[in-house]
Design a protein around this ligand. Structure first.
Ligand code: ZN
Length: 411
């Protein structure tokens, strides 16, 4: 997706603000001797921002507007200890609500809907983002927050909630509880707005059929406002994102060069009008692609595909990008193999090779099974791996997360 002239002008405003605030990014630009950009090529020379930069700015080093204009902070969960603090001005809060209200509209939700919000409130951007967007739209909010399934189901029936906002796993739990209690006929839900994470088609179908609702994926991250920067429309051809607030690039996470539209890579986001904590070329480490062409809905907002995982999971083999999730899906179609597998990638005699180890019991022909799996991988991904079948229990197990992919090329 090319950057437009008006987006370039907006980026230059963000650059000026970052430099005069003396933030980490302003300093990066000064060190690189960059004062402004005037073309796609110059924009693509701007340094990236990383989550570690944001963490280093803890607590309030990202604050780019004067303190009297900051009205709120949010924080992202740091798996490594130090969280990231994002300051918001009133305009940031308003812009976020406008974007979120647009998401609801794209999902066909109106001010006549009753929106039950189950994501958490507090430092997280989740609950309050869903709420501000719904109020901006003019719908009725039922601000439940997470947990307390008993009360959730009671309110859902008594208030006649028509929209459920939730994570995919909580939506699944509610589906099962509703079925268990046989109260489906007392539930008025029509739509679900689900925080975007990688979830299987099987799970999506289970929730959609179990509750009899349409499901919408909403995208966002705390560093860039929060959830609500993109959503799929009813044609379900990817998530439209709001390019009047954001410029999105997809880069190859190894070479860091932008890839053409349609190709898979890492989502990199530049804010265009943010005041409290603007970010230029922020690496999300989320994997997706820009969907080329126009959506049947006629929207002028470009589309991102469903999030395919994290860059840390991606493997490039023989020039093809491969995700462990793709291999896992293929293996799931073979009832003979256990849930354990291991993928080893190496570089032998000038060529990349992928070996897949799977387990089975002694009752099947190992060689035949290996051939069938290899043929299936070839037909789905485009190259033939070496498949090695072993007895059940031979692959390593661990109490924590089992390491399933070993890339010997980078060891
Ligand atoms: Zn559309």
């Amino acid at each position: 997706m090319r950057i437009s002239d008006s987006q370039i002008a907006q980026v230059n405003h963000q650059i000026q603000a970052l430099v005069s605030a003396g933030s980490f990014y302003g300093k990066k630009l000064e060190a690189a001797g960059i004062e402004s950009v005037s073309s796609q090529e110059e924009f693509e020379k701007l340094p990236f921002s990383e989550k570690s930069d944001l963490r280093d700015a803890y607590p309030l080093g990202l604050m780019t507007a004067p303190e009297e204009e900051i009205v709120r902070i949010h924080s992202s969960s740091g798996t490594t200890g130090i969280p990231v603090i994002i300051p918001y001005t009133q305009k940031d809060v308003d812009d976020w609500a406008i974007m979120f209200a647009r998401c609801y509209e794209y999902a066909g939700i109106t001010k006549m809907d009753r929106i039950q919000i189950t994501p958490g409130y507090g430092l997280w951007t989740a609950g309050i983002g869903f709420q501000n967007g719904a109020e901006r739209l003019g719908a009725m909010v039922i601000p439940m927050g997470p947990g307390n399934t008993e009360k959730q189901l009671q309110m859902m029936q008594d208030m006649g909630s028509t929209v459920l906002c939730s994570t995919s796993s909580y939506a699944l739990l509610l589906t099962e509880e509703i079925e268990k209690r046989g109260i489906k006929n007392r539930i008025k839900l029509k739509k679900g707005v689900i925080g975007s994470e990688r979830w299987s088609d099987k799970m999506r179908q289970r929730i959609s059929e179990g509750l009899g609702i349409e499901l919408y994926d909403i995208y966002g991250l705390t560093e860039i406002y929060g959830p609500g920067i993109g959503i799929n429309c009813k044609y379900n051809t990817g998530m439209h994102y709001w390019d009047d607030y954001l410029y999105i690039e997809i880069i190859d996470p190894h070479t860091l060069k932008p890839v053409p539209d349609g190709e898979m890579g890492e989502i990199v986001i530049t804010t265009l009008v943010k005041e409290g904590a603007p970010l230029i070329r922020y690496r999300t480490h989320d994997l997706s692609r820009i969907i080329p062409g126009e959506c049947p809905c006629g929207s002028c907002h470009p589309r991102l595909d469903t999030i395919m995982g994290r860059t840390d999971d991606m493997m490039k083999i023989k020039g093809v990008n491969v995700f462990p999730s793709q291999i896992e899906e293929i293996l799931q179609a073979f009832p003979e193999v256990s849930s354990e597998y291991q993928i080893r990638i190496s570089h032998l005699d000038g060529k990349d090779t992928m070996r897949i180890y799977v387990e089975t019991n002694g009752s099947v022909d190992f060689a035949d099974l290996a051939n069938r799996i290899a043929a299936k991988v070839k037909s789905v991904i485009g190259f033939t791996p070496l498949v090695k079948v072993v007895e059940n229990g031979l692959l390593p197990r661990s109490e924590k997360k089992t390491k399933r992919v070993i890339d010997e090329r980078y060891d």
